[in-house]
Design a protein around this ligand. Structure first.
Ligand code: AP5
Length: 223
């Protein structure tokens, strides 16, 4: 079977991480989140983490050279040979060009970019209600999952936390950065004929199924 190479594009809080978990299971491909890798590096205070932290906390992008090297190394790991799903990369045109070059140098297959669309108003609501589990990394939302302020993770009992960049000022900056830096990436994949667009404003399970159907039959979605 042809390897599947998927790129999830969408503003902060569009649901990339949430739906990536579902798609990873359904499609049997490796989910790679540059945001998760960076947060792990920050938690461990590795060299990468120390360099990335100030940018992340302020809602700004980590410099291209750091991220491109990180992505190149991750995509060469053995678990990527059966296909991958990128969440949070590429985020600038320079990153997209580096990814194209990397794919051309490996197997040359065509990636499919999925543009997940949602209003800024819904993004702000979702991010202000987001909670993550320190132990199992599952993503929740106080507006949907019936979670109180000090409640433990409903799945594993671990501690729930709020991401530093989910504060109002950082959310505002991330939305601006998305428009300035990442919106051109959507046009990059549209020009290559490798883009589909999916409205992700609805209920989570329905959106997941809608995304899966659009990925399986991309010709039926807007290219
Ligand atoms: P990253 O971790 O990639 O953050 P992001 O792109 O801002 O996206 P989020 O993780 O905030 O949102 P999401 O779309 O995954 O939404 P989620 O599924 O959680 O990056 C963080 C930082 O790292 C960046 O700011 C930057 O500094 C750095 N970085 C990372 N990659 C980089 C790169 N390539 N270049 C440079 N810097 C980079 O959902 C949000 C909430 O909504 C959750 O609570 C969820 O439960 C809820 N939700 C989801 N779907 C639904 C639904 N359908 N209905 C109701 N609620 C829903």
């Amino acid at each position: 079977m042809r390897q599947l190479h998927l790129i999830l594009l969408g503003s902060p809080g569009a649901g990339k991480g949430t739906h990536a978990e579902y798609l990873e299971k359904e499609l049997g491909i490796t989910h790679i989140s540059t945001g998760d890798i960076l947060r792990e590096a920050v938690a461990q205070q590795s060299e990468l983490g120390k360099k990335a932290q100030q940018y992340m906390d302020a809602g700004q992008l980590v410099p291209d050279e750091l991220i491109i090297e990180l992505a190149q190394q991750r995509l060469q790991q053995p678990d990527c040979t059966s296909g991958w799903l990128l969440d949070g990369f590429p985020r600038t045109v320079a990153q997209a060009e580096a990814l194209t070059q990397l794919i051309e140098e490996s197997n040359g297959s065509e990636p499919l970019a999925v543009n997940m669309t949602i209003s800024d108003q819904e993004v702000i609501r979702r991010l202000s209600g987001r909670r993550l589990c320190r132990d199992c990394a599952q993503i929740f939302n106080v507006y949907r999952d019936n979670i109180g302020v000090a409640d433990p993770c409903p799945t594993c009992g671990g501690q729930l936390y709020i991401r530093t960049d989910d504060q109002p000022e950082a959310i505002k900056e991330r939305l601006k950065v998305y428009q300035d830096e990442t919106a051109p990436v959507i046009e990059y994949y549209r020009r290559q004929g490798q883009l589909i667009t999916v409205d992700v404003a609805g209920e989570q399970q329905q959106v997941s199924q809608h995304l899966l159907a659009a990925i399986k039959a991309p010709q039926a979605s807007e290219k």
